[in-house]
Design a protein around this ligand. Structure first.
Ligand code: PLP
Length: 373
C-alpha cells in the first residue's frame, strides 16, 4: 500500500525494521541513536547545534507547536497568526486555549502570504511579540515564504514561531540565516520519512533562556525545562519515557536522507512527484485547486468532480483496492481531495496513481469530471 497522504508517510523497510528492537531508554544503548538524531536534525537546519537546541517531545506535531507557543510567549502574550488554512487555524486555537492572545490576520487560501500585509499588521500593533507562520500549509498545498516574511518580521523587531511540520527535511530552512525564528517545529513522519510518535522543536538557546522559568504553565510542554534537563544529564535520554524505537527509526531515516543528497535532493523528488500528479490530474479531466504557480511540492489538492455520482468515500475505497490510500476528508473551502506527494515514493508511483484514479472514476460512474462551478 502506498500512503499518498501528507503524513504519516510511506516509509522504507530499513526504517520500519529499526523500530523492531527493545530498548531500555535509560541505558547506554539508547545514546547513539539519540545523539545521531540530534546531530542529523541540527545539520539539516544549517548546522546549528552550537546556537540552537534540538528538543524532542513525545506525541504529535500539535504537542510541540503548543510547547513552542507556551514556552516563548508568556500568559497573555500576543501573537499574530496569518490565517492561511486549517493548520494556521490549529495554531491559533492552540495559542488561544493556552491563554495567549491571538491576533488573526485574514489571508488567502489560494495565494502565498504577502509579506507587506504582515508588516502592516505588526506596524499597527507594537504589543505583538511573535508571528505564528505555517511554512507549508498542508491543507491546500501552498508554501509560504519564511525568508520574505522573516525579513519584514526582523525589520519590525519581532520573532517567529514556525510550523515547519510538512516542510522540514525538504523545503529549505537555514536557521543561521533566520535569527528571527525562535522555534521551528516538525515531526519525523513527514519529509524525513520516519515514523510517528515524536515531535521536535529546534529552538534558539539564547531566546529560550531569556524567557521566564516555568512561563509555559505546563511541565509537560515546557521547552526550557526540556533543554535544561538535557544539559544536566548530557542528552542521554528524555525527561519522561521516550519513544525509543521511533528515535532509532529516525536515526536510520536521517542516514537515508543524507545518502539521498539531503533536503535539496528530497525536494527535487517531491517536486517531480507533485508535477506528475498536477499534470496527470489535468490530463484526465480533473482540475487541481491551485494555479500551477502557487502549487507547492508537498500535497496536490484536486477539486471534486461535479458529477452527481461522485462520492469521496467510494473514490477512496476503490483507490485503496488498487494500492493507493489518500485522505478521506475535505479540508478546503471548495471540496477537494488531497494527494500527498511526500514519503518513500517516486514519480513511477505517481504515474500509477493517476492511471488508477482515471480507472476508478469510470468504475464509480463519474462522467462529469469538471468541478461544480
Ligand atoms: C501534520 C501537520 C501538523 C501536525 O500534525 P500532528 O497530527 O499533530 O502530528 C501541523 N502542521 C502542519 C502544517 C502539518 O502538516
Amino acid at each position: 500500500m502506498k500512503l499518498l497522504i501528507p503524513g504519516p508517510v510511506t516509509t522504507r523497510p530499513e526504517v520500519r525494521a529499526a523500530a523492531g528492537h527493545d530498548f531500555a531508554p535509560w541505558d547506554d544503548s539508547f545514546r547513539p541513536p539519540y545523539q545521531a538524531m540530534r546531530r542529523g536534525i541540527a545539520r539539516i537546519a544549517g548546522d546549528v547545534l552550537a546556537s540552537h537546541a534540538v528538543l524532542p517531545l513525545q506525541g504529535a506535531g500539535h504537542f510541540s507547536i503548543e510547547a513552542a507557543l507556551r514556552s516563548f510567549l508568556p500568559q497573555g502574550g500576543r501573537i499574530l497568526v496569518p490565517l492561511t488554512g486549517s493548520y494556521a487555524n490549529r495554531m491559533a486555537r492552540l495559542a488561544r486555549e493556552a491563554g495567549r492572545s491571538v491576533i488573526p490576520l485574514p489571508a488567502s487560501e489560494t495565494e502565498p502570504l504577502d509579506p507587506a500585509r504582515v508588516a502592516g499588521a505588526l506596524a499597527a500593533d507594537p504589543t505583538i511579540s511573535h508571528v505564528g507562520l505555517v511554512y507549508s500549509e498542508t491543507s491546500t498545498g501552498i508554501v509560504h515564504d519564511p525568508d520574505a516574511i522573516g525579513t519584514v518580521v526582523a525589520a519590525a523587531g519581532r520573532r517567529i514561531i514556525l510550523d515547519a511540520v510538512s516542510a522540514f527535511g525538504a523545503l529549505p530552512l537555514d536557521l543561521r540565516r533566520r535569527p528571527e525564528i525562535d522555534a521551528a517545529v516538525f515531526t519525523p513522519n513527514k519529509c524525513l520519512e520516519g515514523l510517528p510518535g515524536l515531535a521536535v522543536t529546534i529552538a534558539r538557546i539564547d531566546a529560550l533562556l531569556a524567557t521566564s522559568p516555568r512561563q509555559a504553565g505546563s511541565w509537560s510542554f515546557d521547552l526550557r525545562d526540556i533543554h535544561e534537563g538535557g544539559e544536566r544529564d548530557g542528552w542521554g535520554s528524555f525527561r519522561f519515557t521516550p519513544p525509543a524505537q521511533i528515535v532509532n527509526a529516525l536515526a536510520v531515516a536521517l542516514d537515508l536522507h543524507a545518502a539521498e543528497g539531503g533536503a535539496p535532493a528530497r525536494l527535487a523528488r517531491y517536486r517531480e512527484n507533485a508535477r506528475v500528479v498536477f499534470e496527470g490530474m489535468a490530463a484526465i479531466g480533473l482540475q487541481p485547486c491551485l494555479a500551477a504557480a502557487a502549487q507547492g511540492p508537498i500535497v496536490v489538492n484536486v477539486l471534486a468532480p461535479g458529477d452527481p455520482s461522485w462520492s469521496l468515500d467510494r473514490f477512496v475505497a476503490a483507490l485503496k483496492a488498487r494500492g493507493f490510500l489518500i485522505s478521506n476528508f475535505y479540508n478546503t473551502e471548495r471540496p477537494s481531495f488531497r494527494v500527498g506527494c511526500i514519503g518513500a515514493i517516486g514519480p513511477d508511483d505517481m504515474h500509477g496513481f493517476v492511471a488508477a484514479a482515471d480507472a476508478v472514476l469510470d468504475e464509480i460512474g463519474v462522467r462529469v469530471r469538471a468541478p461544480s462551478p
